[in-house]
Design a protein around this ligand. Sequence first.
Ligand code: NDP
Length: 234
Amino acid sequence: MARSVLVTGGNRGIGLAIARDLAARGDKVAVTHRGSGAPDDLLGVQADITDAEQVDAAFSEVEKHQGAVEVLVSNAGITDDTLLMRMEEDQFTQVVDANLAGAYRVAKRAARGMLRAKWGRMVFISSVVGLTGGAGQVNYAASKAGLVGMARSITRELGSRNITANVVAPGFVVTDMTDALSEEQRAAALDRIPAGRYAEPGEVASAVNFLASDEAAYINGAVLPVDGGLGMGH
Ligand code: NDP
């Protein structure tokens, strides 16, 4: 059965790969964008996830076109890296507002329809850095670690209603976000990855697709690394 899916930040990068993967499975897939539009094969809805009203309006639009969201992929995220001693308070709060509070806003809005349907799948895109920490990423790592506590709390609240909330923790993935890294950062990262390479966005999408499937009904509050072994042991 075609399910109603919403992927935040699904207009590009990992989100787009996730959206296309779920669409290929036969789902009706909507993606958020912040004004740049979305590829023609997907339903684009405009929303900045730091704004609860925009989130609400985007969900209403999705509901109108493809029904209440049954599968939510909370993927939108930003980085604003700098060392702790140089990090301004707004650099911290803005990253947490987008990555963590943004996920809370979409999860809360999605839960309404999932509770009514007595079925739902939430997948939060975290990062290996949320588990291991990362120099220069106090804000980002805190926001990504927060997703684990959030998903596990949602699991405790909604787990008995056939709703799962899981976390995918990618390592380095080939996207605009990692394109921004310096050659030096790139080489240092490659040295630490047992797989010896970055992930393709589709490799993250496969993990999300599985967690969103019926077969994953008994997997709840889990953290699934997709990191080529980079974060092993966490
Ligand atoms: P990109 O920078 O390529 O894309 C980020 C996406 O998030 C864009 O669609 C962007 O929308 C959207 N976005 C950012 N802020 C907001 C906001 N306030 N409201 C709505 N949408 C927003 O990132 P990736 O594809 O690389 O990353 C996707 C997710 O995966 C992120 O959460 C990231 O932290 C995580 N991740 C990425 C890794 C990597 O190596 N690339 C590794 C581990 C985790 P717009 O187009 O409008 O800017």
